[in-house]
Write a protein that binds this ligand. Structure first.
Ligand code: IPM
Ligand code: MG
Length: 356
């Protein structure tokens, strides 16, 4: 197959982690006889420096016209003082909205090789951590009206039934393919938008009798994620709750550098990115962990290109790399061998070749 991939290297460690993911994709293309064309797209701080805009329309267009987008990371202290409309993060939000990717899938899974890295007590970890947060990505308070006037700041949180229903369906479908347990997370004891959320989820539940739906208030959920993460299979929640809970969920796996994500809308064109940030403090030092980006590329193969075998091959190679005791600095522990970003990519590619 021939696929066109828009590549956003971005800021900080973005370029170096993306480089390794592209090398892994090239190795997959070679092994399975595919052709991947890459088109570079400027977004984030680097685009602010170049065009005075974190995502010019021409750059967004390249993404919309691609078969999928691979993104490293954007942002950094350098752009902290630019006006809100021009922040690197604004580019990311515009990209998500422009691509219409309303469904963000963030897995929280502990790698058996890294279970000691979790900050949770071992007995909690041993019960297993393997759940997915399905986060609504282009609605809610992120995209409501923002204004500051006369010393009063307002951010509007609104959701329509249609917006809730389409993300709800993704939650049910995701659960259906896994453990058949869906937990809908909201704040219906306080917010109207959450009461509507809950109503829509229960209406949908009638169409998915094979999936067990439960409700949880977001504050309780934050607590349950550290108390008993094994209870969760799939969580579905609105934009800002999902932002916060997914950071918490990644932390308990002990390796935020390893976690990929996918964002999809109505079509097959998706946005794939690691969930970590641009880590400017270690940028350019060959210290970053490229695995979150490499696994995001694997998700792209699985969900947008319908290449499950190729995706499995990457995930197996990553696991074999960890089995051999190689670790980037972020997950380094006693008795393991430390490697840099580039060598990590190389070792994973070597594993891929050995598999084939
Ligand atoms: C994330 C990030 C973004 C978000 C920021 C950078 C706008 O925190 O992807 O979780 O809040 O969605
Ligand atoms: Mg976040």
């Amino acid at each position: 197959m021939v696929k066109n991939i828009a590549v956003i290297r971005g800021d900080g460690i973005g370029p170096e982690i993306v480089e390794q993911a592209l090398r892994v994709l090239d190795a997959v293309a070679l092994r399975y006889g595919h052709t991947f064309h890459y088109t570079d797209v400027d977004m984030g701080g680097c685009a602010i420096d170049k065009y005075g805009d974190p995502l010019p329309e021409t750059e967004l267009q390249k993404c919309v016209e691609s078969d999928s987008v691979l993104l490293g990371a954007v942002g950094g202290d350098k752009w902290n003082d630019v006006p809100a409309q021009l922040r690197p993060e604004k580019g990311l939000l515009r990209l998500r909205a422009g691509m219409g990717v309303y469904s963000n899938n963030r897995p929280a899974k502990i790698w058996k090789q890294l279970s000691a890295a979790s900050p949770l007590r071992q007995e909690i970890v041993d019960k297993g951590i393997d759940f997915i947060i399905v986060r609504e990505l282009i609605g809610g308070i992120y995209f409501g009206e923002h204004k500051t006037e006369g010393g009063v700041a307002t951010d509007m949180l609104r959701y329509s039934e249609a917006e809730i229903e389409r993300i709800g369906r993704i939650g049910f479908e995701t659960a259906r393919k896994r453990g058949k347990k869906l937990c809908s997370v909201e704040k219906s004891n306080v917010l109207d938008s959450s009461r509507l959320w809950k109503q829509v989820m229960h209406r949908l539940a009638e169409e998915y009798p094979d999936v067990a739906l439960s409700d949880m208030l977001v504050d309780n959920c934050a607590m349950q994620i550290v108390k008993n993460p094994a209870q969760f299979d799939v969580l579905v929640t609105e934009n800002m709750f999902g932002d916060i809970l997914s950071d918490e969920a990644s932390m308990i796996t002990g390796s935020i550098g390893m976690i990929p994500s996918s964002s999809l809308g109505a079509g097959s064109c998706g946005l794939y990115e690691p969930i970590h940030g641009s880590a400017p403090d270690i940028a350019g030092k060959d210290l970053a962990n490229p695995i979150g980006t490499i696994l995001s590329a694997a998700m792209m193969l699985r969900y947008s290109f319908d290449m499950p075998q190729e995706a499995d091959a990457i995930e197996t190679a990553v696991s074999a790399y960890l089995d051999d005791g190689w670790r980037t600095a972020d997950i380094m522990s006693e008795g393991m061998t430390q490697v840099g970003c580039r060598q990590c990519g190389e070792l994973i590619i070597r594993k891929l070749r050995e598999e084939g």
